[in-house]
Design a binder for this molecule. Structure first.
Ligand code: FAD
Ligand code: SIN
Length: 538
């Protein structure tokens, strides 16, 4: 089955939906998304959007805080862009209907998070992402130029590789014509053809055993682009959020950094605050520093978690400021106004990704990327809290501005693109292999490619992941595609790419800390680690 559209948007988080609303002014839009449209990282965002609104704040301060957190690798032009566009983006969202929390006198309430020198986080209580996703979703649904295909998972981008007559070595440029996607309700693989393709498949937290990300965050976009010959970069910079809830029934639930911004203090099991020993900003130091400090404290004490204490704050105010976190903890028997919350670090945000320019363009013609899947240079070696929703909004608008020109100039016709070929594949009964392999990847990555790394651990992980990768690829070639198999193939690919990037960087910087090269080395390593398929650099 073939579906033709002007714009194909892969992913329905903040990046995909905001792009779609703009693109619909120019032409027809098809959004494919692998589950219900709201099942995405955006929906779980708690803290909010960093932006300069307060009179005692300035663009320069926000830029400086971003650069400091990014440990020397942020691209200044991208940082300046998102910071200066921030207030306009927030106004746009409000115009669409997003309701942010206001102070009694009517001004926007501004929260504080780690690494920020000012209160500048615009939020909707502690459910900011849910509010944004809901409002964008309503606007999309009301727009009859946008068709949403839920339960459709993109398998691969359609490029020259799929046009059998063009040999790989003859290619100078790769062009994207659309994507093959599996309709998981019917089991049918459909061919989506588009004049412009926007990739906004989000993050890759599921590569790790402990993560704040929902199940959809399997790095599909990074894996698809790499397979198609595009450039990826800075994948060693996986951000670990310092405070995810430590509870057998509350795994992957985030305790927002805004709780520390509000006055929450990190303490040991014995009740001793410890962050002053690691950084002058104590519990509000940048994330890489807090996560490493917690890891160190846990290893030193042998305790399975540390604690976040907000019991000194006014209980009523706390309940009102964090209704979602309060309720979740209470449902697990923790009254956070009376007792400290047990917390551990968890994989949270992929700072690297598919390399793009300032207009969201990738190395593949006709393919744009934005949101968490993209590596725009904003976050450097460590993302400043609450800069990612903002980055997604700014770059999706930039991608739209460029894509509308591409639409007008290019592609009146498509080459002859074959239907999905499933010849020789069969329905297999070996599904247990898939859940086993998924968990094995997640454990390997958590144990060997986590907060503290070493050459020995990285190489050990690399050998094992390569073996898994060969097995998964062989299985993929024989079996009929399913959602789980597509995700597994992408997870193992992204794990391999993260390890490769981590081995390339022979220094410690931001989120990448290795005991073999414990110092930052600006002379040799003040640069990004970018590569593409066929690139032999190690
Ligand atoms: P997502 O919102 O993750 O959307 C990705 C979409 O792609 C989904 O719809 C998914 O189903 C779809 N998809 C993926 N693969 C495929 C495929 N193969 N085929 C079809 N569809 C596919 N950032 C902030 O700035 N402030 C915060 O307060 C904040 N809090 C956070 C709290 C949590 C718990 C988490 C997990 C993240 C938080 N972040 C926050 C980060 C931020 O939420 C994300 O970076 C951002 O929402 C990413 O948006 P996105 O549109 O790029 O991706
Ligand atoms: C949080 O609320 O702590 C998450 C903020 C972010 O990841 O930007």
């Amino acid at each position: 089955m073939e579906i033709r559209t002007d714009f194909l948007v892969i992913g329905s988080g903040i990046a995909g939906l905001s792009f779609a609303l703009n693109a619909a002014k120019e032409g027809s839009v098809a959004i494919i998304t692998k589950k219900a449209h709201s099942e995405c990282n955006t929906n779980y965002a708690q803290g909010g959007i960093a932006t300069v609104i307060s009179p005692d704040d300035s663009f320069d301060l926000h830029i400086q805080d971003t650069l400091t957190a990014g440990a020397g690798l942020c691209h200044l032009d991208s940082v300046e862009l998102i910071v200066r566009e921030g207030p306009r983006m927030v106004k746009n969202l409000m115009r669409l209907g997003v309701e942010f929390t206001k102070k009694p006198e009517g001004a926007l309430s501004l929260g504080r998070e780690g690494g920020h020198s000012k209160n500048r986080i615009v939020h909707a209580a502690d459910l900011t992402g849910h509010e944004i996703e809901h409002v964008l979703g309503e606007n999309v649904q009301a727009n009859d130029r946008i068709a949403v295909y839920e339960n459709h998972i993109a398998i691969d981008l359609i490029t020259e590789h799929h046009l059998l007559r063009i040999q790989e070595e003859q290619r100078e440029h790769v062009t994207c014509w659309g994507a093959y996607a599996l309709d998981t309700d019917t089991g049918q693989v459909k061919k989506f053809l588009a004049k412009v393709v926007l990739l906004c498949t989000g993050g890759a937290g599921q590569v790790y055993l402990h993560t704040t990300n929902p199940k959809i965050a399997t790095g599909d976009g990074i894996a698809m682009v790499y397979r198609a010959g595009g450039t990826v970069g800075n994948l060693e910079f996986m951000q670990f959020h310092p405070t995810s809830l430590y509870h057998p029934d509350g795994q992957s639930f985030l305790i927002s950094e805004a709780v520390r911004g509000y006055g929450g203090v990190l303490i040991t099991r014995k009740g001793e605050p410890f962050m002053e020993r690691y950084h002058e900003m104590a519990s509000l130091a940048p994330r890489d520093i807090v996560a490493r400090a917690i890891d160190h404290e846990m290893k030193r004490s042998g305790d399975p978690c540390v604690y976040l204490d907000v019991t000194k704050k006014n209980p009523e105010e706390t309940r009102e400021r964090f209704p979602n976190i309060f309720q979740k903890c209470l449902s697990l028997g923790i009254d956070l106004t009376q007792e400290p919350i047990p917390v551990v670090p968890a994989a949270h945000y992929m700072c690297g990704g598919v390399q793009t320019d300032m207009w969201g363009r990738t190395a593949i013609q006709g393919l744009y990327a934005c949101g968490e899947v993209a590596f725009t240079g904003v976050h450097g070696a460590n993302r400043l809290a609450s800069n990612s929703l903002l980055e997604a909004l700014v770059f999706s608008e930039r991608a739209y501005q460029d894509a509308k020109k591409t639409l007008r100039e290019n592609r009146s016709s498509f080459p002859d693109i074959p239907e999905w070929n499933e010849e020789g594949t069969f329905n297999t009964a070996e599904w247990v292999i898939m859940s086993h392999d998924r968990e094995e990847i997640q454990r390997l990555m958590w144990d060997y490619v986590g907060i503290v790394r070493s050459n020995f651990r990285l190489r050990r992980a690399q050998r094992r992941i390569r073996l898994l990768s060969e097995e998964v690829e062989a299985f993929y070639r024989r079996a009929k595609v399913t959602n789980d198999l597509i995700e597994l193939r992408n997870l193992v690919a992204v794990a391999e790419l993260i390890i490769r990037s981590a081995l390339m960087r022979k220094e410690s910087r931001g989120l990448h800390y290795t005991t073999d090269y414990p110092e930052r080395d600006d002379r040799r390593w003040k640069r990004d680690t970018t590569f593409c398929k066929g690139d032999r650099r190690k």
